[in-house]
Design a protein around this ligand. Structure first.
Ligand SMILES: Nc1nc2c(c(=O)[nH]1)N[C@H]1C(S)=C(S)[C@@H](COP(=O)(O)OP(=O)(O)OC[C@H]3O[C@@H](n4cnc5c(N)ncnc54)[C@H](O)[C@@H]3O)O[C@H]1N2
Ligand code: MOO
Length: 394
């Protein structure tokens, strides 16, 4: 069986993925654009506020009429939000106005209703106001033509609010790379069904699909395959037709029923050992120009394989920032087999990072509790508390 280092295999996978994952863009409705990455700069098509309007329910007046207070002014009109602008305000008069309604020309401030009382068609104003008080000027938030968001911004709820407020119904965003996922194994049944003897719940396709989505991709779930080669071939055909990249889990190691290896080796696939744990047995094939990454079936091995070999390229194509890596202080001793790069599950604590579990690649609940991977180099077998270790954010 051939062997590769992590960096060697990662380099080969990266080359294949970078060819398959060509960035593209599409236009989506603004309400559906949460989390998407802008493909082009967006400029404001209009001013915000769109017109000069009132910040309070009250009376629009000319501040000059309030030199001496209290003062009584005739009320000539009432204007509500949604009304067209009222006529020009005559000097020495007031217009009753609601929050968001257009302030008439000739008025330069709004007196909140709390500072007034009325008697028939006359308002008595108790407090003086400065010009501009409680008036929201046209363009005071943004002026037409201003850069609102630069290409590459990952859209948040606040961004969507702004895009809608300037009247945009659609935005150009980067397309999400499509990853098809096939889990394999005769023992697998879908969560929600009942387990027969020897059966387990299928979790790798859930894990891989969620990882794809969390990193800017779209996941295409084509179902899970038994160990019957024709069944896997049928799902593979659908996956290759539907996606930029196919991820498979299971069926790659040394057993009698390794369906993935059995079907893909004659198609030119590489199956071998990568010097890492978990994630040692790996496969890589190109089918009709589509890269097929075959991860080992143990749940932790599958997810760590995704982190190490797929996540970075997916994020690059999706326009997201690279996977953050960092260094931290190990607070407990750690051990690693010689000649293998070890990815241990860890958790941040006040004074550094601690181990979340042992190295077993079936420990899926421990992985769920982890928030970092501790990356221990191939040539290191023992680390002490207090040593510096490289960590990958999960
Ligand atoms: N003789 C050897 N045996 C094994 C070796 C080896 O080098 N020599 N490598 C071991 C390592 S390391 C791993 S990892 C596994 C990988 O094997 P496969 O990719 O063929 O995976 P399976 O045998 O299909 O499954 C392994 C394990 O994971 C469970 N599994 C599989 N798929 C799912 C799923 N979708 N959801 C939940 N759990 C899943 C499966 O039931 C097995 O328990 O091989 C070792 N053996
Ligand atoms: O290397 Mo296997 O991938 O878990 O233990």
């Amino acid at each position: 069986m051939t062997s590769r280092s992590v960096d060697e295999h990662a380099g080969i996978v990266r080359q294949l993925l970078s060819r398959a994952l060509t960035p593209g863009s599409e236009t989506v409705p603004v309400p559906d654009a949460l989390g998407r990455v802008l493909a082009e700069d967006v400029r404001a098509p209009i001013d915000l506020p769109v017109f000069r309007n009132s910040q309070m329910d009250g009376y629009a007046v000319d501040a000059a009429s309030l030199h001496e207070v209290p003062v009584s002014l005739p009320v000539t009109a009432t204007v509500a939000a949604g009304d067209a602008g009222p006529d020009r305000l005559a000097p020495g008069t007031a217009v009753k106005i609601m929050t968001g309604a257009p302030v008439p020309v000739g008025a330069d401030c709004v007196v909140p209703v709390e500072d007034t009382d009325t008697d028939g068609g006359v308002v008595r104003i108790h407090a003086a106001r400065r010009p501009g008080e409680f008036v929201r000027d046209r363009g005071s938030d943004v002026t037409a033509g201003t850069l609102l968001l630069a290409a590459g911004a990952a859209l948040t709820a606040r961004h969507l609010a702004m895009l809608a407020a300037v009247g945009l119904a659609e935005v150009p965003v980067l397309r999400r790379p499509r990853f098809a996922v096939i889990a394999t194994g005769a023992e697998l049944v879908p969560p929600g069904s009942s387990l027969g003897p020897g059966q387990i719940f299928e979790s790798n396709s859930v894990a891989l699909a969620a990882s794809v989505r969390a990193n800017g991709g779209d996941a295409v779930l084509v179902g899970h395959s038994t160990d019957v080669p024709d069944h896997f071939r049928e799902l593979l055909e659908r996956a290759v037709a539907a996606a930029d990249v196919v991820l498979t889990s299971g069926g790659v190691s040394m057993g009698d029923f390794e369906v993935v290896r059995e079907v893909l080796t004659p198609l030119g696939g590489w199956f071998g050992h990568v010097a890492m744990q978990p994630g040692g047995p790996q496969g890589l094939t190109t089918v009709d120009g589509v890269p097929v990454l075959s991860f080992p079936g143990n749940p932790v091995s599958t997810l760590i394989s995704f982190e190490v070999f797929a996540r970075g390229e997916l994020r690059r194509c999706a326009g997201l920032a690279p996977v953050p890596t960092d260094r931290a202080t190990l607070t407990v001793p750690a051990h690693s087999p010689p000649g293998k790069r070890q990815f241990l599950r860890g958790r941040r604590v006040t004074d550094g990072v601690t181990l979340e579990s042992g190295p077993g690649s079936h420990l899926v609940a421990a992985l769920a509790r982890a928030d970092v991977l501790l990356d221990i180099p191939e040539d290191v077998t023992t680390m002490q508390a207090g040593d510096d270790v490289r960590v990958w954010e999960l």
